[in-house]
Design a binder for this molecule. Sequence first.
Ligand code: IPE
Ligand code: IPE
Ligand code: MG
Length: 251
Amino acid sequence: MTTKPTLLQQLPPDLDGNRLPKQVAVIMDGNGRWAGQRGLPRVMGHRKGVDALKALLRCCRDWGIPGLTAYAFSTENWGRPSEEVAFLMTLFERVLRRELAEMMREQVRIRFVGNLSALPDSLQAEIAVAMEETANNTGIEFTVATNYGGRQEILRACRSIAQQVQDGEITADAIDEQLFRQHLYTADLPDPDLLIRTSGEMRISNFLLWQLAYAEIYVTDTLWPDFDRSAFHQALLAYQKRDRRFGKIRE
Ligand code: IPE
Ligand code: IPE
Ligand code: MG
């Protein structure tokens, strides 16, 4: 009899189920390099990257992590060659359509954050359907940052708050952290506890600038398409070794 390879379906025993991050954010980087190393066009890396994201979502669900936010397309990514941008937009659309039934089965609630109105109409329509259909699902909260920029998000919040002040709805004194975060795309979501960036780059690249204030940052050299359960396991082990002080000191 052969024993099945361990799929780490259950939480690995060296992880503490009571100290898991509630919200994981991930900068899925390195798709182009992954493809390049194999002599493939960059877009093949993006295609493979979708599988890695699906696997991570399932892993979060299996291990009891309630929220995942993935950076899919930044406001700066429009500066890439138009064929790559077009491929990505079509990929997002196709994947959404293809995965909706499974997201319903698995009770995934999907949300998109970013300037969605600048996306192709057909993608916007697919996004609207997916968000609406999954709105009452009670499983994992899955957020996809698409045409997202942290600076743009903060400016948008400022404009909307300024408008409220101008309209006499609130006074300037009323602007505090609590109010400010209500004007962010992520108003309903907790701040990430853990930020993972793949491909070894030590930067934020305009992701969740406000929300990451006290996130633990984990950078791995693994390229995004290769980021699997065991890579996530390593990230969580590192996270659980961190001493989160939030500016205070240990007793
Ligand atoms: C991340 O991989 C995916 C997106 C930004 C859409 P990249 O496409 O940035 O891959 P590299 O960094 O060039 O290897
Ligand atoms: C960040 O990756 C954006 C996404 C993963 C969607 P980039 O590849 O665009 O970031 P830089 O250019 O290395 O900072
Ligand atoms: Mg990159």
